[in-house]
Design a protein around this ligand. Structure first.
Ligand SMILES: Cc1ncc(COP(=O)(O)O)c(C=O)c1O
Length: 424
């Protein structure tokens, strides 16, 4: 098991003992998981114990850890230089490849993180419309900039209280609606339509459990944006490549004006992007007045890794069906165990994502549902699964991510552990 040494030494120098609050385990009151290495579908703690890893770094690792396509031959890539500070043909080609899968992204700019991508998309939308108001949804997570954090999901417990560091002036220009609820959108916009710059949404939400949009929800957002001349921004940082090469927008058939990407596109290396209609992206400097940029933006090393990710997925479309079959096996197995135990919890499975919450009733539809999950019961389950060598996300808002590295044996080991762990 974990030694306390790792936790103690982390807390004595890292703020809160971690670089991202979810990692602390604090949101459900479990000990922090201190990791030493990872391989394939597995994470290893300081004692060398192996865990089947369903955190998968919160999404990027569609091929698991250390996939040969991503870790092989890195010296040769690095030998050409890590960061150039110049435009290069590899990023032009990467943007073309992305656009071939997501035609709504007529123009693209690369960033390093998803947070920057969404922040830049919001600024571009505001500049394009000449308006300030942004409507977003409780329980969606878009990164750690001020606008995004209000009522955010994932591990951000920011209700906009005075200790959050988010200025009151920012809050005045953000409206937070209920996901899957167009009435709440209309109520918030009434009388303010002419101020609306953008609606920002996860088209399938992965940050309050896994929440699908109800039929008509995204279409309704599209109509409202068109009606008032606002920009519809789809945050596909989780969904692009997790759901397929055409993302949530390709699956659902609703096209946004701007899209943000990240996570899987770098396969574990930090690269993200935003883009969309050429007229909106023309707001960006040097063509327009919106400044976004970054020292590491579009660096050739991470661009090369993003090409490798697309190489694998374009060459192996069958990976999606394989991961889905495995995820279905896990979800079906969990459903059977829950039924046997008399626990009325819904198990959600979508592509390579599996999710269930300790909450009776249908799957989460919005953040109100997500907030009703029983954290104490989940914490007990988390600890029991950890004891049995299964690493789950230490938060009720996160989901289980599978990868091409997970096997039937891993899933069956997980189900055996779940069967015992749910005997609480
Ligand atoms: C949907 C979504 N958007 C944006 C972000 C922010 O991305 P990053 O952590 O790379 O800044 C995340 C991160 O979890 C996310 O889930």
């Amino acid at each position: 098991m974990r030694t306390l040494t790792g936790v103690d030494s982390a807390c004595s120098v890292l703020a809160g003992g971690c670089d991202s609050p979810v990692r602390s385990g604090d949101s459900i009151g479990v000990p922090m998981f201190v990791q030493t290495r990872a391989e394939g579908a597995y994470a290893f703690d300081e004692s060398g114990k192996r865990f089947v890893d369903y955190v998968m770094a919160y999404g990027p690792l569609l091929f698991g850890h250390t996939h040969p396509a991503l870790v092989r031959g890195l010296d040769a890539v690095a030998a050409d230089g890590l960061v150039w500070g110049s435009t290069h043909r590899h990023e032009v080609r990467l943007a073309e490849r992305i656009r071939s899968h997501l035609p709504s992204m007529e123009r693209i700019r690369f960033t390093t993180t998803g947070s920057e991508a969404v922040m830049s998309a919001v600024r571009s939308a505001r500049a394009f419309t000449g308006r300030d108001l942004v409507l977003k949804f409780a329980g969606n997570y878009h990164g750690h900039f001020d606008v995004a954090l209000l009522d955010a999901g994932a591990s951000a417990r920011t209700d906009g209280g005075s200790g959050s560091g988010i200025p009151e002036s920012v809050k005045r220009d953000v409206a937070v609606a209920r996901y899957n609820d167009l009435d709440s959108v209309d109520a918030l916009l009434r009388g303010r339509e002419a101020r609306l710059a953008a609606i920002l949404v996860e088209p399938v939400c992965g940050n309050m459990g896994w929440v699908a949009p109800v039929p008509g929800f995204l279409e309704g957002l599209r109509e409202r944006c068109d009606h008032v001349g606002a920009v519809l921004v789809f945050d596909e940082v989780i969904t692009w490549l997790r759901l397929g090469l055409h993302g949530a927008q390709g699956r659902i058939g609703v096209m946004p004006d701007l899209t943000t990407l990240g996570k899987v596109m770098g396969g574990g290396f930090p690269i993200a992007a935003f883009g969309g209609r050429a007229a909106i992206m023309a707001q960006l400097a040097p063509d327009g007045g919106v400044f976004t940029g970054g020292t590491h933006a579009g660096n050739p090393f991470c661009v090369a890794m993003a090409h490798r990710v697309l190489d694998v997925l374009e060459a192996h479309p069958e990976y999606y069906a394989q991961m889905e079959a495995l995820a279905r096996r896990l979800a079906d197995g969990l459903r059977a165990i829950l039924r046997k135990r008399g626990l009325p919890y819904a198990v959600v499975q979508d592509a390579s994502v599996v999710d269930f919450k300790f909450r009776s009733g249908p799957p989460n539809r919005n953040y109100d549902d997500a907030c009703n999950a029983d954290r104490t019961a989940y914490a007990a389950y988390y600890n029991a699964m950890l004891e049995r060598g299964i690493l789950l996300p230490p938060s009720v808002n996160e989901v289980m991510f599978l990868s091409t590295a997970h096997t039937t044996e891993d899933v069956d080991e997980t189900l055996t552990a779940a069967e015992a762990s749910l005997e609480l």
